[in-house]
Every structure is written in C-alpha cells, then in structure tokens.
Design a protein around this ligand. Structure first.
Ligand SMILES: Nc1ncnc2c1ncn2[C@@H]1O[C@H](COP(=O)(O)OP(=O)(O)OP(=O)(O)O)[C@@H](O)[C@H]1O
Ligand SMILES: [Mg+2]
Length: 319
C-alpha cells in the first residue's frame, strides 16, 4: 500500500472573468493549471509561491469549496481503507470526506462566527456530524481547548471571538478543526495575520499536534522560511503550476528551477553584516534538463526531487 492520504493529478481550476466592468468580453484566469502531487500519512507538504500563483484556489478545489475545472483528486477513506475519487462520492462518502479533511484559514476572525461563544464554535462540527453524546461533546470541547493551550478551558468557553487575542483566535480555529480528529488538514497561511512574536508558538503547536494526533498538513505559505520550519517536502508553485517539488532540505540545498532559486534568495538572513550575492536569473541548468528529457513535463532528477520543464522564461524575466 502506498499510504497516500491524497493523490492529485492534473488539477485545473480556471475562472472566467469579465475584461472590465463594462465589457462583455470574457477572459480565462488560469488560477491552477494542471498540478499533481501526493501527500502521505503523517507528512506535511508545503505549497509555496508568490501572491496570486494559485495556492488558495488549489486548497478550495481540494476541499470542494469550489468545483475544479478538471483533473482528479483521490482521498483515502479510512472506513473502506481505499483511495476514492472525490468526483463520485455519495452522501455517506461526503460525510467521511468532510470529517477527515478540514481547512484552517488565514484570517481567524473571519472564519469564526462573531455571535457565537468559543464553546459553540468548537462544538458545531461535532453537532453537525452527530459525533458523540451531549456529555461527550462537552468533554471533547474541554479536552481540545486544553490541547491547543487555552487553559483553563472554563475561562474560554463562554467568551466571544472579539474578546480574545488574534493568537488565541487562531488556537480556537485549530481546536475547531482538530476536534473532528481529521486525518488531513489544509492550512492556508494560518500565521500570516498574526504578530511575529506569536507566529512561532502557533507553528510549534501545529507541529506538536500533527505528531500527537497523527494529522497530515498541506501547508500553504508564501514564505519559504516558514515552509522549511513546518514541512517535510515543499512544492513550489508559480503561475498556476508546480515548478519544483522535493524534500525540504534537498530543495533548499539544491534548487534547480530559477524561480525556486529566486525564492530562496529572498529568505531573510538575521545577520546585518551579511551581504547577499545579487541573484541573476539563469536557465542553463534547467535548459539542459529540458533538452535531455524532451517528452517529460516533470523530470525526476534523483533524491525524490522533481523539476518542471514547461516554459517559464518569459514570465520570470518579466516579473
Ligand atoms: N473567484 C475568483 N474569480 C476570478 N479569479 C479568481 C478567483 N479566485 C482567485 N482568482 C484568481 O486566481 C489567481 C490565483 O488566486 P489565489 O487566491 O489562488 O492565489 P494565492 O496564491 O492564494 O495568493 P495569495 O498569496 O495572495 O493568497 C489570481 O490571479 C486570482 O486573481
Ligand atoms: Mg491565498
């Protein structure tokens, strides 16, 4: 068995948008343009790339918040112990899918209902999925509040989202997500709205919970330094496509794609005396790989490291 939790093949999501407010002409935005990856049980895959490259669109398509345009997504159904396509799930399958696949959003304030107490917010998914008895649900809320470090839980149960800090709100979002004991969680920039001082504590919490609760993440960020801290593997996304994917240290030590090199060269180094070499876009290494593998879209360069061969020169030199 491959122990994959999710297998994504040629996922495409295009949006049709008007060219201007007054125009009837439509244009197609290729937000996600044929991406493929797997995530194994217990693994965290980082999806990294600049603003607008299609990270959130990928997440929303995977979670079925938006329908994909084409491509296939298979997920592991723990009940049947098989990989199943999200395209032909029946009602029961959908319930299982939703229970096992959760999402944590960037803005904890927007994702929490401001009129509900913390207790109601965390308990809602258990109510919707009818998990446990009344007392078991109350106990599950207390337990998950302790797990995410909101202690003593009695102090938080009856508060509203606006009565707690941003970091605590994100802890509530994490609690709400994990109270369902999902196997797979998509995290879309979960710390980017938080103060730098509390980011690391939330990241540590998520890392500990992944181990404790045996959860895998697809961790979306525009920041390679964050991905390095959080992820076993990193997929670099540019213009709706994955340009390079490898284990974290392999990618950072031996980047091949010019876009990956550019991202790496923008990681801040906390040493004021350090002068970084100026980064020049150089396609030589990639050009050679393309020439040697004329028919492959993603070339395996060894060490579980893949680089894409599609044309990016024009966009990269322009940007
Ligand atoms: N509902 C939509 N309708 C039309 N275009 C959209 C829609 N959602 C996203 N897009 C476009 O798709 C592209 C990818 O957007 P997406 O939000 O996935 O990027 P992102 O990588 O998450 O960026 P960020 O880092 O800023 O969050 C962008 O060009 C965006 O304008
Ligand atoms: Mg986004």
């Amino acid at each position: 068995m491959s122990n994959n939790l999710i297998e994504v093949r040629n996922l495409v999501k295009h949006f049709e948008v008007s060219k201007s407010v007054f125009s009837r002409n439509k244009k197609i935005v290729k937000a996600v343009d044929g991406i493929s990856f797997d995530i194994k049980a217990g693994e965290t895959l980082g999806l990294v790339g600049q603003s607008g490259c299609g990270k959130t669109t990928t997440a929303r398509s995977l979670c079925l918040l938006d329908p994909k345009t084409s491509g296939s997504v298979n997920f592991y159904n723990p009940d049947t112990q098989n990989m199943e396509s999200i395209d032909n799930i029946d009602e029961d399958g959908m319930r299982i899918f939703r229970r096992n696949m959760q999402m944590i959003f960037q803005d904890p304030y927007e994702s929490l209902n401001p009129r509900w107490t913390i207790k109601d917010i965390i308990k809602e998914p258990l109510d919707i999925h009818n998990i446990g008895s009344f007392n078991e649900r109350e106990e599950a809320v207390m337990e998950i509040l302790r797990t995410v470090g909101l202690t003593p839980p009695e102090n938080y149960l009856n508060r509203y989202p606006h009565e707690i800090s941003g970091g605590q709100r994100q802890r509530v979002s994490i609690a709400r997500t994990l109270v369902m004991k999902p196997k797979f969680v998509i995290c879309d920039e979960p710390t980017s709205m938080l103060d730098v001082s509390i980011r690391i504590s939330i990241m540590d919490l998520m890392l500990n919970l992944a181990k404790e609760l045996d959860v895998s993440y697809l961790y979306i960020t525009h920041d390679l330094a964050v991905a390095r801290y959080m992820c076993n593997r990193i997929a670099v996304m540019f213009n709706g496509k994955i340009v390079e994917i490898a284990e974290t240290e392999e990618l950072l030590q031996n980047p091949i794609h010019p876009y990956t090199k550019r991202l790496i060269s923008s990681i801040p180094i906390p040493d004021p005396k350090y002068v970084r070499e100026r980064y020049e876009i150089n396609f030589d290494e990639l050009d050679k790989i393309v020439k040697d593998n004329p028919n492959e879209q993603m070339v395996d360069v060894g060490n579980n490291h893949f680089v894409a061969t599609h044309e990016t020169k024009e966009y990269l030199i322009e940007s």
